[in-house]
Structures are given as structure tokens and as C-alpha cells.
Write a protein that binds this ligand. Sequence first.
Ligand code: NAD
Length: 480
Amino acid sequence: MIQLQNYINGKMCPPAGGTYIDNVNPATGEVYAHIPDSGIDDVNNAVLAAQAAFDKWSNMAAKKRSDILLRIASLIEQNLQQLAEAESLDNGKPVWLAKQIDIPRAASNFHFYATGILHFASEAHAIEGTAINYTLRQPIGVVGCISPWNLPLYLFTWKIAPALAAGNCVVAKPSEITPYTAFLLSELCIEAGLPAGVLNIVHGTGPNVGAAIAAHPNIPVISFTGGTKTGAEISRVAAPMFKKLSLELGGKNPNIIFADCNLTHAIETSVKSSFSNQGEICLCGSRIFIERSIYDKFKNAFVEKIKQLKTGDPNDENNFLGAIVSKMHYEKILSYIDLAKQEGGTILCGGNAIHPEGRCANGYFIVPTVIEGLAYNCRTNTEEIFGPVVTLIPFDTEEEAIMQANSTVYGLAAILWTDNLQRAHRVATKLHSGIVWINCWLLRDLRTPFGGVKNSGIGREGGFEALKFFTEEKNVCIKF
Ligand code: NAD
């Protein structure tokens, strides 16, 4: 049995209360690790360590901070196989996927911000003949980073790397459902020579550890990725304390297929944008709107491809889908498939759980599911399911497609397929979302602003946006 520990003040340590939570491998349903059931005392200890480390870390030359973060990036790369296996064990995703996407991206996050900080600059404003203003961008202090279970190390490091590069110290909490790679990261930080207290990782539940971070008076900045309800709860606590908040929340993304697109390309990519990572990516397109003249052609070819996707043991590289992250989430997804049937939907493929033979017989597996025949504004089409379930919806006009695509409370990402350049630009401006991919999906440039509108969040991560978020601007005016 693996026993995880917190990482506080440069050391691995047990939770103050001495209690642990079971951590389940979703591919087998078996407990494989115990994780610290930390609480407010552990968060307090982490904040004290971070405060003590702040002066030295924030005043260290950016190049020196950068060198340490680059060492962490290299260590992640050197431990690719072990980290990918740990991510898969914890989350249920295929090992090949963690090896191709999650872990390399975690290394890139450190690499990107370790070098980005060397190019971060600020403005000066001269008042002719009178004065000069210049803007300082200073690290803020102790920042709180809270992340979800779907892309565990990828999203954890996406927050931590810019926060540290900018000169802050961090108290971070990974999801209690997928804490293993964050634990392994602590060991790599020690090996890389990260000074004690600069990064502290406290494991435990949202109500115990996450809430303590959100409410802590000495954590003035919170960067959160997770569900919309949790984001609202964090805002409720943190906003009256005037904390700086970045909230990356849920989504229900449209994937709009116009008849004038390259259909082969649209179908191939839609398979991935629907079912990669078991559909548990906040950027997956779960509502596929198809222009009526090509509806049947798209549907038949798409469903044919989906039927060929294999679901099962995450260690088998022939499987495109692994296990759903937890029993609770598995049951939630199945309940949405039932709801879709009650709402009059027709299941075109999938719609059921499976129990593979052998070691995964008690795991949480759901076959990729395609549903048609539902109104664009029913619950199935407006609530986030966050699993391997997509719906097909025909449309007749561009205006109708835009109206239906915009008809949820969410606005994270949208996907658009058309070979008509004017239409592409026109529709992109009208979609209510923070990100629009045209004729592609998940093509990521880490310099671009990342985030959502409406109930998908507040603020932007990525590029210099994140370095701006993790620093405070101060204008200094000098009279000649
Ligand atoms: P969640 O909101 O349940 O949990 C996210 C994190 O918040 C976890 O670490 C959890 O322990 C913590 N938490 C829970 N309650 C808390 C509280 N009261 N105070 C502080 N922290 C608390 O989300 P999840 O189920 O882990 O992740 C799935 C959700 O994340 C989906 O809605 C998905 O769309 C969203 N997501 C969004 C993005 C994005 O970039 N916008 C990326 C990935 C996932």
C-alpha cells in the first residue's frame, strides 16, 4: 500500500491529525494508496513555511529561479514513464495518453514559465518634460493553487509554475481523487533543490483543505480550476476578503459542423474532441451541431468510427478509453444517460457500462456514447456531464447554430468546422466562449490567453496573463 505525505517546508510529512483517506484505482475498484486527510493545521503550517521563504525567493535573481524550475522540468522528463503510470493508476486514463499528453505538458509548463519570466517586462509612461511613470510588477506573497482530477499533474503545474516563476511562494492542493503525481512532484522538487517552503503541497478534501486555503487571511491570491459550484463557493468566501481570484470552471462546449467543411477532417478530429481522456477534458465538445444537409452523412461515419474505439484496461495501448475517474462520477454519467433516454433521446452507440475480463472486472468503464433526438435546450444538452457522452443536433441556418451553441450558462471553448473563411471569422466573433478552435481542436500555444466566460470562469491563464495575475502592479511616478 502506497502512503502519500504532505510536502511542507521542504520536507515530506504526515498530516497533523494523523488520519488518512483511501485512494482507489478506478480501473480495478481497489484501494491502492492512503492520502493525508489534512486540515486547517496543515494549511497553517504550509502558510507559515511559505511566508518564511518568500523574502529570499522573491528577491532571488529571476535567472536563478528559472534555473531551479528548469531542473524540475528536466526531472519530470526523466521520470516520464513512472509519472505516466502513476497518473493512469490514479485517474484511470490510458498510460499511453498520460505519456503523450499529461506528463510532457507538465514539463512544458515548468519550461515555459521558467523561460517566460526572463522575458516579462513592464511599461513606462513619460509626461513630457515633467515626469516619468514606470510600472513595477511585484510578486504578491503566498498564493493558493487548487486543481481538479481530470488532468492532474498537467493542471497542477499550469498554476504552480507561473506562480513560482513570478517569485511567489505557493500552498497547493491537488484533487484528493488524483493526488499521486503531485506527491511524486514534491520528491522531484526536493531533488531539484527548490528551497524549503517555496512550494508546499497539502493533500486532503475540498471542504477541509481547499476551504482552509480559500479562507486563509494570509493567502491573498487564489488560482482555482474545477467545477462551477466549487468556484462559486470559493468566490463567496474569498471575494469579501478582496482576494485576487482566477477561476477556471466547467463547460458544455459546442462543436459546430457546417456543410462546407472538410468532412473527413471534421469527423476524425471530432472523435478525439468527444472522447479523449474518456470525455473528461473541460475542452471536449459534447454538443455536436451538424448542418442538416450533411447530418446523416456525418452521423453514419462518426458512429461507425466510435463503435471501433476500444474501452478497457488503461495499461493496454490498444484501448482509446480507460476507466472513469471514480465510482461517484461513473454513476453520475450513467444517470445522465438515463436522463437522456427519459428526455426522448435515441442512443446511437454505447449507452452502457462494461466490465472487462481479468484485473479490471470491478473498474468503472463506460462505452463511448452518442445520442440524437434531443432538444438543444433540454437538461442533457445544457448540464455538464464530463464523460464519454455526446449528442448530435441538426441545424438549418448559421443564426440557429449560433443561438443554440450559446444557449447554456457555460462559455469555455467552441469548435467550428467550415472552409468558408468569412463564415469562420463571423461565427467566431459571435460565439460566447473564451476559446474558439476553427478546423482543429486542442491546438495549444501556451502564450495564448486561456479561460472562459459566463459560468465557465473569471480571468485568464497562459502566457504573460498568468504572470500578470501572479504579480501586483505598482505605478511609480518621478517628477523631473
Ligand atoms: P471540483 O470543483 O469538485 O474540485 C476541484 C478542486 O477543488 C479539488 O481539489 C477539490 O478538492 C477542491 N474543492 C472542493 N470543494 C472545495 C471548497 N469548498 N473550497 C475549496 N476547494 C474545494 O472539480 P472536479 O470534480 O475535481 O473537476 C471537474 C470539474 O473541473 C469540471 O466541472 C470541469 O469542467 C472543471 N475543469 C475546468 C477546467 C478549465 O480550465 N476551465 C479544466 C479542468 C476541469
